[in-house]
Design a protein around this ligand. Structure first.
Ligand SMILES: [Zn+2]
Length: 293
């Protein structure tokens, strides 16, 4: 009720000075509120900056722990023939110097070759295809989409090999060794020759359930002529859109250790596949694990 105590009618001078005092007090209160706001704001801002710095630092540690590698590929590494294959690929990095981050520990980027064996006890959840074939369940949808798209173009791709158990791989390798030995090679020579075409047990991507041999229904030979089929031409051009790469290109045999296989496709995920096919590199190069010859 104090507000009503002084009125202009009773004592105008007193009223005026009281109003002045009240305005001054109100201004003081406003200024104090602003100072508190500014102070609180600064504290919050400082806290945010400190937290962000800490978070970024710990994220970097995780990145290192996961063996993420930053790879810089220059135009010198780009192979022209492979570039043609992915000429229609509008996604991915489109410059002479492509820079990308790789999580080498990702399940889809696991490297298996003569010096990188399938990890002991590697287990995979399989999805069965027709004709007794099977693949890692995680790639099934992309594989189906790719084959459906090819069929939509009037093509008839046929999967002739997919997941192989260690036992199956051993049998295949031994068959090849026996054949070479029957042609007069020593066991050692026979194994060496066999390894160019059939990966020795423990070194085959087929054991991962991430690799497939796909041929044309009209020509099922596993030889260089396979690349001339309409199915291979389509697959080489479009496989990356579905996360697959042509794993053993003709000009990368010295790095992969495997002869040209224009039928062997490996799932690496869409991001990696587009980069690999676009740049015409092989998985070893992409992962920076190429042997330095
Ligand atoms: Zn294969």
């Amino acid at each position: 009720m104090q507000e009503d105590f002084y009125s202009e009618a009773e004592d105008p001078a007193l009223y005026k000075s009281e109003m002045k005092r009240r305005h001054w007090m109100a201004r003081r209160r406003r200024q104090r509120r602003i100072r508190i706001l500014v102070f609180t704001g600064s504290i919050v801002l400082m806290g945010t900056v400190l937290f962000a710095q800490k978070y970024t630092a710990s994220e970097h540690q995780v990145v290192r722990a996961e063996k993420k590698q930053k790879v810089v590929e220059t135009s010198a590494d780009i192979d022209n023939s492979q570039k043609k294959v992915s000429a229609n690929d509008k996604e991915g990095v489109n410059s002479d110097t492509a820079e990308y981050e790789i999580d080498a520990s990702a399940w889809n980027l696991i490297l298996v070759n003569s010096s990188h064996l399938v990890p002991d006890g590697y287990s995979v959840e399989l999805t069965e295809l027709t004709d007794g074939e099977a693949v890692d369940s995680r790639i099934y949808d992309d594989l189906k989409a790719m084959l459906d798209a090819a069929e939509g173009e009037g093509l008839s791709p046929v999967i002739c090999s997919s997941y192989r158990s260690l036992e199956k791989q051993t049998t295949l390798f031994e068959e090849q060794v026996s054949m070479n030995m029957s042609n007069g090679a020593s066991r050692e020579e026979a194994e060496k020759q066999a390894a160019v075409w059939v990966a020795p047990p423990g070194t085959s991507e087929h054991q991962l359930g991430l690799a497939l041999d796909i041929v044309s229904s009209s020509y099922q030979g596993l030889d260089e002529a396979q690349e001339e089929t309409a199915e291979q031409k389509w697959l080489m051009k479009h496989c990356a859109e579905y996360g697959f790469i042509l794993r053993y290109p003709t000009d990368k045999s010295d790095i992969t250790g495997i002869g040209y296989e224009p039928w062997h496709y490996r799932y690496v995920g869409k991001k990696a596949a587009k980069e690999i096919m676009k740049q015409g590199i092989c998985l070893e190069e992409y992962l920076g694990a190429a042997k330095s010859n």
